[in-house]
Design a protein around this ligand. Structure first.
Ligand code: NDP
Length: 474
């Protein structure tokens, strides 16, 4: 079985004991990784501290060139990284509407290149006979990254790229469910970066907790659940670490009566079910106007019934398994609760028997707010479709959540849709699309969906501290 070491101070580190990494399509181990400990975190932080003076002293253009080299290395290793991603996440190589490992590795390359082109020039806010006042963005020091299992490579690189470009060094921990592609990337990256600049330690929540509380780490960027985000925030308070938290959501989409159900259904299906719904900004509650409710539901059900749900390594697979058994069990539980509440299942509803964590795309109707499937984040291939008659009521229900990550309005009247979009309490709102992110637009959550943002110059700024320099001329 292939082994993937941790990378600390440019060195490959294995441990006597290992964690077996499961391929969720088979339920069997396909790779093994070391069991990192808080001691490994300490070693990584020492290395990152030692590397910081030289790395932060490089010019912006020198670090930008390194990021472009990392993007080229990703591209050169794309087939291998895609296969590892499919093996550890279950996502198809291609996938329904092109959402699969190819998109994840391709997106990682695109984000690395776009981040490399981002900059925070010195701002001169006054320059007269009295004084010159400059605002500089300085690196923070050592950035700790804790990343999840749903888009393991891409989210890890969303953390690393701006941190490195800003002049920080990094100590990172991928999810123990999906550490393989990230470790392989770290190995490739360490042929380009000086030792200690990017360190990746793997282990369980103990390793994450050691990063979150470490006195020599200056900032944490975390993507994952709201409850773990709260623990990270608490642990980070010891030395007042800067925080970027990208947490869960329960994104609502509202479909107005003026759309053509046939045309809109494939788009809605794509944004509800891509990556099996295991995306922080997947559409998780769908509100459809009563005039077109039945037709939208039956069009979506027709698509669900034609989906090939299988092993992602097979070329024609649309959707793979869920990434882990724990997530499959959450979906099973929410389905049972909806059934007990009297909801109708147009498709799916039962886990597949046999190996792997498969659950077919499931469309649930005759359901409303107050049911767990509507009120909680399912993070899986089961979507409640809720009927509404009054748009103000639909907006109120969409906003009735402690989270506020994303939301969408679907209509042919773009002016009205834009006005309604502005009324949704979410960090990202789309019209006639959903989860449609791009590297130059900030992404962050309102309410309990997070703190701060990623991407663009806004995301880069979160990896810096501001220094004001005033030169008195009087
Ligand atoms: P977690 O939030 O528990 O895990 C995310 C990361 O945090 C993992 O690397 C995990 O490590 C690490 N971690 C766990 N405990 C701690 C801790 N005390 N201190 C620091 N780091 C820690 O997500 P889960 O994997 O448990 O998924 C649960 C739910 O989270 C899902 O059902 C979904 O709702 C949501 N989620 C949201 C994501 C998003 O993109 N916003 C992504 C993934 C999940 P390890 O796993 O190795 O213990």
């Amino acid at each position: 079985m292939a082994s993937f070491p941790m990378i600390i101070n440019g060195q490959k580190v294995m441990t006597r004991e290992t964690i077996g990494v499961i391929n969720p399509a088979t339920g069997e181990h396909f790779a093994q990784v070391p069991v990192g400990t808080p001691q490994h975190v300490d070693d990584a932080v020492v290395a990152a501290r030692a590397a910081f003076p030289a790395w932060s002293a490089l010019s912006h253009d020198e670090r930008k060139a390194k990021l472009h080299q990392l993007a080229a290395a990703l591209e050169a290793n794309m087939p291998e990284l895609m296969k590892l991603l499919t093996q550890e996440t279950g996502k198809p190589m291609n996938g329904y509407s092109g959402v699969g490992s190819g998109m994840e590795v391709g997106g990682s390359i695109a984000w690395m290149q776009a981040t490399a082109e981002t900059e925070l020039p010195v701002e001169v806010i006054q320059d007269d006979e009295v004084a010159r006042v400059e605002v500089h963005h300085k690196p923070i020091g050592v950035v700790g990254s804790i990343s999840p299992w749903n888009w393991p490579l891409m989210i890890a690189l969303w953390h690393y790229a701006p941190a490195l470009l800003a002049g920080n060094t990094v100590v990172a921990k991928p999810s123990e469910f999906t550490p393989v592609t990230t470790l392989r990337f770290a190995e490739i990256a360490n042929e380009i970066l000086p030792p200690g600049v990017l360190n990746v330690v793997v282990g369980d929540g103990q390793v994450g907790a050691a990063i979150a509380s470490h006195p020599d780490i200056n900032k944490i960027v975390f993507t994952g659940s709201i409850s773990t985000g709260k623990s990270v925030m608490q642990a980070a308070s010891g030395n007042l670490k800067r925080l970027t938290l990208e947490l869960g959501g329960n994104d609502a989409g509202i479909v107005l009566p003026d759309v053509d159900p046939k045309e809109v259904a494939p788009k809605l299906f794509g944004v509800c079910f891509h990556n099996n719904g295991q995306t922080c900004q997947a559409l998780k509650r769908l509100y459809v106007h009563e005039d077109i409710y039945d037709e939208v539901c039956s069009e979506m059900a027709a698509i669900a019934n034609n989906i090939k749900n299988g092993n992602g390594l097979e070329e024609d697979t649309d959707l793979g398994p869920l990434q882990n058994e724990q997530q499959l069990n959450i979906v099973i539980e929410l389905a049972a609760d909806a059934r007990a509440a009297g909801a109708t299942f147009l498709t799916g509803g039962e886990a597949a028997s046999g190996p792997g964590y498969f659950f077919p795309p499931t469309i649930v109707t005759d359901i409303s707010d107050g049911t767990r499937l509507v009120d909680e984040e399912q993070f899986g291939p089961i979507v409640p479709v809720i009927k509404y008659s009054d748009i103000d009521d639909a907006i109120r229900r969409a906003n009735n959540s402690s989270t506020g990550l994303g939301g969408s309005i679907w209509s042919n009247d773009l002016d009205q849709a834009a006005e309604l979009a502005g009324r949704l309490e979410a960090g990202s709102v789309w019209v006639n699309t959903h989860a449609d992110i791009q590297p130059n637009a900030p992404m962050g959550g309102m309410k309990q969906s997070g703190i701060g943002c990623e991407f663009g110059h806004w995301g880069l700024a979160e990896n810096t501290v501001i220094q004001t320099i005033k030169i008195s001329k009087a």
